[in-house]
Design a protein. Structure first.
Length: 401
C-alpha cells in the first residue's frame, strides 16, 4: 500500500550543465557558504598530522610514514571494498588521538580546514569512548576537542574566514555505553564553561546492532529536551530507518539514503512513496546524505545513480555531507563539484541544500535563522550577481565580434 503519488518530469532538476543559469565553477563552489552536519573527527585528519602524532606518541603501526603516500593508502583502503581494511583506517587515526594535545590539534585543524573550504557551520562527531587508551577521562576528551574547535575558529577568523563548530558525541552501536555518553552530551550542552556539544549520535555496523538496543539513551535525551541523530539506512535499509524514527525518535537520519527503497517510479514518471518515505518527507526529517562515502561502501554505484538526485527533485529535506574527508579524499566543495557536474546543479540548488542543512542544525532556532539571513543568503546573492555580471560581460563581448 502506498500513501502518496506524484509525477516528476524526467528533465526536472537536471536540465544540463551548460544551459542552466547560475552553474558555479569550482572556485565559486569553494567560496559559497556551506553547512556540514555529518563529518567524523577521526575520519578527517591531515595525513601529515597523523605522521607527526604517531612519531610524538611512539605509535609504530602506520602503513606509511610519508604523508602523501599515507593519504593515498587511506583512500585505497577505504575504496577496497574490504570491511577489514576500511575499519583498519580508523584504528590508525584513533591510535594517534589519545592525548589532550593530539585531540586539541586534530580538532583545531578540522575547524581550520573546513573554514578554508567555505564551511560556515559544522557539526563534527566523534566517540569519546574511543580516546581513553592513554588514560584520559571522557570529560577530558570532550574538553580537549571543544578547546580545539574554539582554537580552530580563532585561527580561521585570523585568516579572514568565519566558522562555527559544534560537537556531536557518538556512542558505538556494538558497545554498551550509550546512556553514559548521552549523559555526557547533556552535561556539555551549555551554556557556561561546560558547553560546545550540540547533540548525540550512534554509529558503527548497522547489521545486528539495531538502534533500539540503546533505547534508554534516546529516552533519556528526549526527557532532557536534547537532540540526536542516528546512523541509519546506510546499508541496512528501511527497518533501520523505521526503528530510528518511530522507536527511538531521531531528529535526523545519519545517511538515510536507503529511504529510496520505499519509493517506486513507474515508466511514465509517476512516483509512489510508501508510508515511511511519505512520513520522512512530510515531517521534513533531515537526511544527512554523503554521496562519496556511499560510493565507497557500495550503497550507490555512481554519482548519477545516487538517490540524492531523486530526493532533491521530490523535495525531501536532503543535505550534502562528507562523512570521512580523509578516507574519501573529499571536502564539501568536492561533494558539490560532483553534484554540479552530475546533475547540473546551480547556485540556487546549492543554496537549497545549504539552507536545508542550516534549518536542520541542532543549535537554537534564532541562531540558525541568523546564519541563514546574515551569512548564507547574502553569500549566495553575491555569487549569483557575480555570475550574472560575468554572463552579461561575455554576452556583450561576443556581440561586438
Ligand atoms: Zn557517518
Amino acid at each position: 500500500m502506498t500513501s502518496q503519488t506524484s509525477k516528476i518530469s524526467a528533465a526536472s532538476g537536471s536540465p544540463g550543465r551548460a544551459s542552466h543559469p547560475g552553474t558555479p565553477d569550482s572556485e565559486q563552489i569553494r567560496r559559497a557558504p556551506k553547512v556540514l552536519l555529518h563529518d567524523h573527527l577521526d575520519g578527517g585528519l591531515r595525513p601529515g598530522t597523523i605522521v607527526d602524532l604517531a612519531r610524538e606518541n611512539g605509535y609504530e603501526g602506520l602503513p606509511e610514514t610519508d604523508p602523501d603516500k599515507l593519504g593515498v593508502w587511506f583512500r585505497e583502503a577505504a575504496d577496497s571494498g574490504s570491511l577489514e581494511r576500511y575499519l583498519e583506517t580508523f584504528a590508525h587515526t584513533c591510535a594517534v588521538m589519545q592525548t589532550r594535545d593530539a585531540l586539541f590539534r586534530v580538532a583545531a585543524e578540522c575547524a581550520e580546514d573546513l573554514a578554508e573550504d567555505g564551511v560556515v557551520y559544522a557539526e563534527i562527531r566523534y566517540a569519546p569512548e574511543q580516546h581513553l587508551e592513554a588514560g584520559l577521562t571522557l570529560e577530558e576528551v570532550v574538553e580537549a576537542v571543544n578547546d580545539g574547535f574554539r582554537e580552530g575558529e580563532r585561527r580561521a577568523k585570523a585568516n579572514g574566514h568565519r566558522i562555527r563548530v559544534g560537537a556531536l558525541l557518538t556512542a558505538m552501536r556494538h558497545a554498551a555505553r550509550a546512556l553514559e555518553i548521552a549523559e555526557l552530551a547533556n552535561r556539555y550542552r551549555g551554556p557556561g564553561p561546560q558547553s560546545g556539544v550540540v547533540g548525540f549520535d550512534i554509529a558503527g555496523a548497522e547489521a545486528g546492532f539495531p538502534p533500539t538496543r540503546h533505547l534508554d539513551a534516546f529516552e533519556y535525551l528526549k526527557r532532557e529536551n536534547n537532540h540526536f541523530t542516528i546512523h541509519a539506512g546506510e546499508a541496512f535499509g528501511l527497518p533501520s530507518i523505521w526503528q530510528a524514527l518511530q522507536w527511538c525518535g531521531a531528529d535526523r537520519l545519519g545517511h538515510g539514503v536507503r529511504i529510496i527503497d520505499d519509493i517506486k517510479i513507474a515508466d511514465d514518471g509517476t512516483v509512489q512513496l510508501g508510508r515511511l518515505a511519505s512520513y520522512v518527507r512530510d515531517k521534513r526529517i533531515p537526511l544527512e546524505l554523503c554521496p562519496s562515502s556511499n560510493l565507497q561502501t557500495g550503497a550507490a554505484a555512481s554519482y548519477a545513480e545516487h538517490p540524492i538526485g531523486l530526493l532533491r527533485k521530490l523535495h525531501f529535506r536532503a543535505t550534502v555531507n562528507t562523512d570521512n574527508r580523509l578516507m574519501s579524499g573529499t571536502s564539501m566543495s568536492r561533494e558539490f563539484e560532483h553534484l554540479v557536474e552530475t546533475f547540473g546543479y546551480s547556485l540556487d540548488d546549492m543554496q537549497w541544500f545549504t539552507v536545508n542543512a542550516m534549518k536542520s542544525a541542532f543549535i537554537p532556532f534564532d541562531e540558525r535563522l541568523a546564519m541563514i539571513n546574515d551569512v548564507i543568503k547574502p553569500g549566495y546573492a553575491e555569487l549569483k550577481s557575480e555570475w550574472l555580471f560575468r554572463q552579461t560581460a561575455s554576452t556583450s563581448g561576443s556581440s561586438k565580434v
